[in-house]
Design a protein around this ligand. Structure first.
Ligand code: 2RA
Length: 340
């Protein structure tokens, strides 16, 4: 006996990945509905070896469905999540709308699986920001061994995090650099992204940080430990898929690099690729389509008493969004919505 599942936003990058991952992980689905906005109505999407015709989210009856994976952005989520939740369907939302709501669990199953039990307050569970998800998978096992005091992280985020138009902009702008007369001006981003990097993701806040950087702070505190001090610099880079992060960690006590490497090797969701030689580390192009959070360049930070540096790479459409949402559904099923 399986679940009746809805994927809302089924024609977007993340929605399509949700369908792919539900099939790849053989999530027990008895029935599935793929929902889209009116402008994408009728678009066909793949679910394993099946093809689904998308239905209109407007007026959709969620009653009788167990779980709805939402990838429709905060504005549409504000309208449809309460409707789905009120009709008895548990919403797992990829937007930022509910992440900071004290009555909504914010979950990375490798880190705080027990938090899904709190879904009953609003019948909603929030998926974290992509740059947060991969980072806390790495932080949690180390924090359990040697309490983390402070994290300094720089991110190198791919354009797929901004959606399909951004992927097209990078592709066309890059081509335009070589074909006279086909130059492409910045539209999705404030500056050229081809052969460039942009230290600005989401909106600027009063203190000079960006909302993307604020999200990493707020979400790490909610998912791992409110006592962790974190500062982030989030940068957009000319990569199609795969977010990378350079993470510096200060612990309350000394943690040897070799012990850290052993801990990470045993930790859920992590693959350690860490050899001090040419190519002995993971790069974004190698993570695409994989479920893992890859960790490389593990080394002491000898500039402080209890410091460690590491490099973290993961597919932002998977662990950063669709995979984490499906893993939340798996955890919810195991802990709260047992079937059969
Ligand atoms: C980005 N984390 O990378 C944001 C939203 N996916 O653009």
């Amino acid at each position: 006996m399986g679940y009746k599942v809805v994927v809302a936003g089924a024609t977007g990058n993340v929605g399509r990945e949700m369908l792919n991952i539900l099939a790849e992980r053989q999530f027990p689905v008895d029935e599935i509905a793929a929902l889209a906005s009116r402008r994408s109505l009728g678009t066909e999407v793949s679910f394993g070896d099946k093809t689904l015709k998308t239905k209109d989210i407007e007026g959709f009856d969620f009653s009788g469905y167990d779980i709805a994976l939402f990838a429709i952005g905060s504005e549409a989520t504000k309208k449809y999540a309460p409707i789905a939740a009120a009709q008895g369907c548990v919403v797992i939302d990829n937007s930022s709308l509910y992440r900071y709501d004290p009555d909504v669990p914010l979950v990375v199953p490798e880190v705080n699986p027990e938090a899904v039990d709190g879904y009953t307050k609003k019948n909603i569970i929030a998926n974290p920001n992509c740059s947060t998800a991969q980072m806390v998978v790495a932080l949690k096992p180390l924090h359990d061994r040697a309490k983390i005091k402070r994290v300094v992280v720089s991110t190198y985020q791919s354009v797929s995090g901004s959606g399909k138009d951004a992927i097209d902009e990078l592709w066309n702008q890059t081509k335009g650099m070589y074909v006279p007369g086909q130059e492409v001006d910045p539209k999705v981003y404030p500056k050229q992204i081809a052969f460039n990097v942009i230290p600005h993701i989401d909106v600027f806040l009063d203190d000079g940080s960006t909302k993307e950087e604020w999200k990493m702070v707020a979400e790490t505190k909610k998912i791992v430990d409110p006592s962790i001090k974190l500062t982030a610099t989030c940068v957009r880079v000319p990569v199609f898929v795969g977010h990378s992060e350079a993470i510096n960690i200060e612990f309350e006590e000394f943690l040897d690099e070799d012990e850290a490497r052993d801990i990470l090797r045993e930790a859920p969701g992590i693959l350690v690729v860490d050899k001090r030689e040419d190519g002995g580390y993971v790069t974004p192009v190698e993570c695409v389509g994989d479920f893992a959070t890859f960790i490389s360049r593990i080394r002491q930070d000898s500039t402080i008493e209890n410091g460690l540096n590491l490099w973290c790479v993961s597919d932002n459409l998977r662990k950063g969004a669709a995979l984490n949402a499906v893993q939340i559904a798996e955890t919810l099923g195991k802990r709260c919505l047992k079937k059969g």
